[in-house]
Write a protein that binds this ligand. Sequence first.
Ligand code: NAD
Length: 277
Amino acid sequence: MTTVPDLKMNDGHTIPQLGFGVFQIPQDETEVAVTTALKEGYRLIDTAQGYQNEEGVGAALKASDVARDDVYITTKLANRHQGYDSTMAAFDASMAKLGIDVLDLFLIHWPQPMFDQYVDTWRAFEKLQSDGRIRSIGVSNFEIEHFERLFAETDVVPAVNQVELHPQFPQAELRAFHAEHGILTESWGPIGQGKGLLENPHVQRVADRKGRTPAQVVLRWHLQLGLVVIPKSVTPSRIAENIAVFDFELDDQDMADIAAVETGERLGPDPKTFAMR
Ligand code: NAD
């Protein structure tokens, strides 16, 4: 079984550098998928209120012989629950579904700047953290301008920003901003969401050279950039493949070849305009 290294966060806690994402896994398949992931050595599970599968994650945790304290759980506040009081209520609902007392990491899922609630929402996150109900608090899909408002109007610097990030959309400017402020970068859609990245000839050439799969060399690219990465799969062989990435390294040429696939195009929505409630 693979052991994943930890990264240190700005609040003193640590987070496993590679975890298991459960976006788009139906509730009734989630327990099995998470159980497989835990058996393979994954110790970070990334869910969200919006994925409607927190109960499946909770069921897998309860059934597992891995101790609660050895598993790192992230969930995200659904957009429709932004605002101070509704964040508090939605947090309680998540904890009941997950069946846990303390959450490792809570993220604001999207800034939704057009509704102007993320500052109040963040104040609720700060309160939940100071009450000891969440170890670390962070954000997702935040851009530099959203951080600048949090820095001006609130007290705690987010520990993490989880954003779309993969070799086609490497987010160099945002990564540099995070580094300057001690914020960890977590990559979503890390292997390109099944939309062609893994078939790209540049990626395939590196995979052939290393005797590894395209998914594995792309995951190494993230790890070697110091990113937290959370690939998703429901296929047991792929769940195993995606964590078997700690016994080889990419050299500078491999990293450059993978970086050559950059298009600057997102696969998902633009956080500045995405307005889903
Ligand atoms: P991903 O890049 O992890 O791609 C997943 C898809 O890649 C799978 O559905 C499968 O089709 C394919 N795949 C998986 N392993 C493979 C392998 N070894 N070989 C070939 N194909 C393989 O995309 P994702 O699920 O969107 O992102 C990962 C996680 O990030 C999510 O599950 C979720 O937890 C998180 N996420 C967060 C946000 C956000 O707004 N914060 C948005 C999207 C995803």
